[in-house]
Design a protein around this ligand. Structure first.
Ligand code: FAD
Length: 508
């Protein structure tokens, strides 16, 4: 069986131990963990994998400098624990898929001597909490050193800065890699499969079956399952109310907008952390796959399938970029934009409903509905997806299966196995770099589908389209451009040119 829809649909004839709803980072993590524990797993995703929040993150694998600051200032033990967990998880994410997650240096510019001292101590603490999992030690820099080493930064009024390290990931492809591996080990994984309802037991009102629609064919499926995990991120409350209409909402949605600029606006490989904007936010300027990512915002929002950027968000992000960058940009230089919705967990129901989203803890919680036995995994962040999955299954096994949890095996599980087909050495260097960056050990196999370029000056290949359909379950052009290649999130004009070359290859 391969990772394509026809093969996965063939697996639907049987019943499953665990059905996971949602194919973002969280659902993917649960699917792999559950499969490795030996369960028969079905995962359904109503759109494409990672098409919601999980492909629209700032792409940092981080503990969260801002969360550490909040934890220390408010003596908040819960927040501190979350930073600790995430910091220790960074190295695992990088180790298990090194072509999709790698270290990133971030510079914090300082404008007073007090700030230099404050951030130096803060980053020292960040290193210390990471312990043996620290990626690289932070260091203080004088104004002169910044001018020499980081010419991209506007140096007016600087007193110095602090350089520290976190990770950066290709979020959409990381989710895909987790799902592909779960499938390879036996899970049934289907995109464009929308959960519509549950069939409940007549007396117990426990979930007995999931009812979902294959939105490509319109066919409805009713599949017996022993347990259901709701991993639908911002959509969590909708699924909870389908299982038990009496459950009160727990999620609060916050929007985060990003703009993307061409690489020429930010030279070098080091990112910038703007630690405090006038309205108390953190903004990053990040070199990202040949472009520059600037974001993000953090404002309460209403749930949407297709959140789009507002003019004022573009202006806000450009104005902060221009304050800190030596090379100035204007709105017309923006090559792409994207907006994600954070699935934030309301901790104390009544008070949290009126809470500013910037101060809600980005931790997670596993909830089991006493009546339907729906297991919902809520909150969290990309960096902690694996811990969230392990916690979810531990709770599910104890509460729903009434058994001692089986050991979690994901910590040392490499996500993309070595392939028997190697990449020829004498191919053009841009194609080689492109294939290795996206497919890692599978690059040779992808190249075996053909070497014809779609556009003369770009490394994207016609053969890749065949591979993406057969082995990465791409259904529409958007699946290819936004998530398999990630181009429409960086360069909307290039995305259009690529699509025009072979419009007929995928649905629009
Ligand atoms: C702007 C922004 C920046 C962020 N930056 C970072 C960062 O730098 N680092 C970090 O660690 N974290 C970051 N995060 C947090 C991180 O991105 C999220 O916590 C994570 O992606 C959530 O994943 P998820 O799988 O829970 O949700 P999602 O990715 O939203 O996945 C849920 C899935 O459920 C599916 N679904 C919904 N209803 C149904 C249904 N009825 N049937 C089937 N499927 C359904 C949806 O289509 C969706 O794909 C950021 C978040 C945002 C918004």
């Amino acid at each position: 069986m391969s990772f394509n829809r026809p093969d996965q649909l063939l697996k639907l004839q049987e019943s499953f131990d665990i059905c996971i709803i949602g194919g973002g980072a969280t659902g993917a993590g649960v699917a792999l963990d559950a499969t490795l524990r030996g369960y028969k797993v079905l995962l359904i995703e109503k759109g494409d994998f990672a098409s919601q929040t999980s492909s629209k993150s700032t792409k940092l694998v981080h503990g969260g400098v801002r969360y550490l600051e909040q934890a220390v200032k408010k003596l908040d033990w819960q927040q501190f624990k979350m930073v600790y967990k995430a910091l220790h998880e960074r190295k695992t994410l990088l180790k298990n898929a090194p072509h999709l997650a790698y270290p990133l240096g971030l510079l914090t510019p300082c404008y007073t001597y007090w700030e230099r001292f404050y951030y130096r101590i803060g980053m020292w603490l960040y290193d210390k909490i990471s312990g043996s999992t620290n990626l690289k030690s932070s260091r203080g820099l004088s104004k002169k050193e910044i001018q020499q080493e980081f010419p991209a930064v506007a140096s007016q009024h600087l007193t110095g800065g602090v350089l520290y390290y976190d990770g950066q990931l290709n979020d959409a492809r990381y989710a895909l890699a987790i799902l592909k591996e779960a499938e390879r080990l036996g899970a049934c994984v289907i995109n464009y499969a929308r959960l519509d309802s549950f069939v409940l037991g007549q007396k117990s009102l426990k979930i007995k079956k999931v009812v979902f629609t294959d939105t490509c064919s319109g066919h409805s499926h009713e599949i017996p399952v022993k347990a259901v995990v709701n991993a639908t991120g911002p959509f969590t409350d909708k699924i909870r109310s389908l299982a038990n209409p009496k459950m009160k909402p727990r999620m609060k949605v916050s929007r985060g907008a990003h703009i993307v600029l061409p690489a020429e606006f930010w030279q070098g490989n080091t990112a910038l952390l703007i630690p405090k904007t006038a309205d108390g936010r953190v903004i990053f300027v990040i070199p990202w796959r040949g472009s520059v990512l600037v974001g993000t915002t953090d404002d309460p929002d209403t749930l949407s399938e297709t959140p789009t950027i507002l003019q004022e968000e573009k202006e806000y992000l450009i104005s902060y970029f221009n304050r800190y960058s030596a090379k100035k940009a204007s709105l017309k230089d923006i090559s792409a934009t994207f907006v994600g919705q954070r699935p934030l967990l309301q901790v104390q129901l009544e008070s949290a409903l009126n809470t500013d989203t910037k101060s809600l803890v980005r931790d997670h919680e596993v909830e089991v509905d006493g009546r339907s036995k729906l297991v919902s995994i809520m909150g969290g962040k990309w960096t902690t997806y694996r811990i969230m999955a392990a916690d979810t299954l531990d709770v599910l096994e104890k509460v729903v299966f009434n058994q001692k949890p089986i050991n979690c095996l994901t910590k040392d599980h490499v996500l993309v196995p070595e392939s028997a087909v190697s990449l020829p050495e004498e191919i053009p260097s841009d194609i080689q770099a492109h294939l290795l960056e996206l497919y890692g050990p599978a690059a040779g196999e992808v190249y075996s589908y053909g070497s014809e370029r779609l556009l003369p000056s770009e490394p994207y290949l016609a053969g890749e389209l065949v591979y993406l359909k057969k082995h990465e379950m791409a259904v529409t052009w958007e699946d290819v451009l936004a998530r398999r290649w990630g181009i429409s999130l960086r360069d909307e004009a290039l995305a259009e040119r690529l699509q025009a070359t072979k419009k007929e290859a995928f649905a629009s």
